[in-house]
Design a protein around this ligand. Structure first.
Ligand code: GLV
Length: 334
């Protein structure tokens, strides 16, 4: 470590590097004074700010809050690269105003995240979590094979409504077509996708047996699925969210499960992460809950690390980032 670091990486990516068989941060370490957060716990905001302060480049995670205050505290910052497709944790306006490039990792995680959305859809529809817990608790032993135990819903022949028709929403649509679902879609831009019938959001909610959320979290989508929207869903419908927790009102969701209006949910994302140990949704056996693992396959996480590092190297070199969330920033060559 030096007293004048030019890059701060908020995660050392050690375990991923072991899986990859090489140090994934070496392209940064070889070229820049690279300070890396080395503790198992995550840095608190003040630690993060102190380490980021002298940096020209920042490699961060989706759990790191890169807000206006942090950006202002880093006078030399020129490039931020996030190990995530979502950039809702970064103040893009503040970064763009300062001419700071922001990189992210779309594309490489599309299919893996769509797989998890489908896993949650199947698990919630067929009550996989409840049935597995029943067996693990030893309740099957000494009992019977019951004719009506854990009966769930069929996917084939049902209707799936996809909210957000970007790459991940489209990848979910392809999977749904293979499973014999009729697919409806809604996107803010009115995008048309072959094989997906576009509908206004209230109609999509009213017609769908399953709904899967794939919009980015932004001012326009925060709380998009509030109590009113959830009430528009079919009685007994299943909601899956692998996008961002802030898109769904969690109190309204808990009420919809408690009243029996919704049949089940599959959630990988929460308004506050990590979700609290006494999170209100934990009480529902028909809620399949995972800890934000949408992109968590070994290959995809390695590709995300490579892309995040490539973005930062390009930004620091004054080249276009391979994936840039604010391409309107003019690239300044060194
Ligand atoms: C995951 O949620 C991501 O934004 O990469």
């Amino acid at each position: 470590m030096t007293s004048n670091p030019r890059v701060f990486a908020s995660h050392g990516m050690e375990s991923l590097s072991v899986l990859a068989g090489r140090d994934l941060l070496s392209p940064l370490r070889e070229r820049w004074d690279c300070r890396v957060w080395e503790h198992a716990r995550r840095p608190v905001p003040e630690e993060f700010k102190a380490l980021a302060h002298p940096a020209e480049g920042l490699l961060c995670l989706l759990t790191d809050r890169v807000d206006q205050d942090l950006i202002q505290a880093c006078p030399r910052l020129r490039a931020i690269s996030s190990f995530s497709v979502g950039v809702d944790h970064i103040d893009l306006v503040a970064a763009t105003d300062r001419g700071i490039l922001v990189g992210n990792t779309p594309g490489v995680l599309t299919e893996t995240t769509a797989d998890l959305a489908f896993a949650l859809l199947l698990a919630a529809a067929r009550r996989v979590g409840e049935a597995s817990d029943f067996l693990r608790r030893g309740e099957w032993a000494g009992g019977h094979w019951e004719i009506d135990a854990f009966v769930g819903k069929d996917l084939h022949g049902a209707t799936l409504g996809i909210i957000g028709l970007g790459p991940i929403g489209q990848a979910v649509a392809r999977r749904a077509q293979g499973f014999g679902l009729r697919v409806l879609g809604w996107s803010r831009s009115g995008r048309e996708v072959p094989g997906v019938r576009g509908l206004a959001l209230p109609e999509l909610l009213a017609e769908s047996d399953f709904v899967s959320v794939h919009v980015a979290l932004a001012a326009e989508t925060r709380g998009l699925l509030d109590a009113r929207a959830l009430a528009q869903m079919k009685p007994g419908a299943v909601l899956v969210n692998t996008a961002r927790g802030g898109i769904v009102d969690e109190v309204a969701l808990a009420n919809a499960l408690r009243s029996g209006h919704l049949g089940a949910v599959g959630l990988d994302v929460f308004a506050q992460e990590p979700a609290a140990g006494d999170h209100p949704l934990l009480e529902f056996p028909n809620a399949v809950l995972t800890p934000h693992i949408g992109s968590a396959s070994i290959g995809t996480r390695i590709r995300m690390a490579e892309l995040a590092v490539d973005n930062l190297v390009a930004g620091l070199d004054g080249h276009r980032m391979p994936q840039c969330a604010n391409p309107e920033v003019v690239v300044k060559r060194n």
